[in-house]
Design a binder for this molecule. Sequence first.
Ligand SMILES: Cc1cc2nc3c(=O)[nH]c(=O)nc-3n(C[C@H](O)[C@H](O)[C@H](O)COP(=O)(O)OP(=O)(O)OC[C@H]3O[C@@H](n4cnc5c(N)ncnc54)[C@H](O)[C@@H]3O)c2cc1C
Length: 466
Amino acid sequence: MNSYDVAVIGSGPGGYVAAIRCAQLGMKTAIIEKYSTLGGTCLNVGCIPSKALLDSSHHYEDAIKHFEEHGIDIPGDIKVNLKQMIARKQSVVDQTTGGIDFLMKKNKIDVYEGLGSFKDATHIIIAEKETTEIEAKNTIIATGSKPSTLPFIEIDKERVITSTEALKLTEIPKHLIVIGGGVIGLELGQVYKRLGAEVSVIEYMDRIVPTMDAGVSKELNKVLKKQKFKMNPSHKVKSVERKGDEVIVKADNKKGEEVTFTGDYCLVSVGRRPYTDGLNAEAAGVKLNDRGQVEVNEHLQTSAPNIYAIGDVIKGAMLAHKAEEEGVFVAETLAGQKPHIDYNLIPGVVYTWPEVAAVGKTEDQLKDAGVDYKVGQFPMRALGRSRASMDLDGFVKVLADKTTDEILGVHMVGARAADMIAEAVVAMEYRASAEDISRMSHAHPTFTEAIKEAALAATDDRALHI
Ligand SMILES: Cc1cc2nc3c(=O)[nH]c(=O)nc-3n(C[C@H](O)[C@H](O)[C@H](O)COP(=O)(O)OP(=O)(O)OC[C@H]3O[C@@H](n4cnc5c(N)ncnc54)[C@H](O)[C@@H]3O)c2cc1C
């Protein structure tokens, strides 16, 4: 039987990064993955394929809506070749997952394909064509998550679908009903909206992306409505029925009236659930909480002292970069180091266009905590860069402590916000004040000037270009 210092169960961004860091720190490491490709949800059916389709559909939208104004005439009709678009997405996925195979080899990590189940706290059985057993001094559970649904919805994977199927449709929906106005629903909704579908978003809460800053959520809602999304906040879905090629969704609106939506596809994007099926966690003494998450302490250690858990399967934001940080954290803990994660500084991003990105506290969180704060906000449309690229929607908002001027949160809607948020993360990691940012030179013309201007507005209400 092969013996390891560390076995990692699950090869998503949490698991494979944990395995690399363990190997870098000199531990003999194995990784177990039940699917034939490495990379987990993120690389196979999550972050990477969704961004590939967002990019392709963005090009198409630019071509049909904006090329003419830019002075680019295309003779003949511009058409979508969905088969090719999905094939390109798959080739991006294949290249990316292939890269993880390379990294495993490079770092001398043994890869086992098959479902990993605990026999006890130090032995794992891997069931594939043949059953293999390995021994591990320490194990990191990184088994991730699966799409969740509502109890009365039957996902048939054809017309009533999750994000996984939405990434490989064979036709463009005529009317896509999206249940859930969170990140995944809005991103995939926008892919098909751009390709010509009518898209209706049904959200239970009174606003989309409800965990983000209310101002950001309002702005995104406004922009999506301008893009002709049909937004239905405060609607409680009560039935989803498939009739042939039609899907009929019934919901109660705020007044308690029944509203019926009829479409040809329904994307159920109501969140994700932690995944521990087949893991046999009890055999190792690993406890789950009542939400099905693996219970961990501040060291990400489970109720079994030699077993740790990271990523979507534990509490916290279900984000690839959060899982990665936790993978490194556990590897360094096992090596006797004292790593640290500041969960307040894990950025959140929505890759719609305009993009949405945020880090730190929202206004509501600051109000609830009784923090005296000030706000500096700057509209993207006041930037030369925005006019040059015709990306006028959105703003940057900097929230800073009223007394110390320390930046407490940065929230933005706008072109390239996903990349711009890194500046705010660095600033907050070093506990910068709004004035610090406002005194740094930002290249002109760039979208990042909006961060400087919002910081100036927060410092002394002295933005320069508005
Ligand atoms: C459509 C979509 C878009 C997304 N976009 C983004 C984004 O842009 N940015 C972002 O940060 N996050 C995004 N996410 C979320 C992101 O994918 C997850 O947060 C991330 O993948 C979690 O990583 P993980 O390592 O915890 O688990 P996962 O990536 O879920 O990986 C877990 C792996 O464990 C394997 N496994 C499970 N049980 C066993 C077992 N018993 N034995 C062996 N293997 C097992 C699974 O097969 C899987 O491969 C997106 C998700 C979706 C669905």
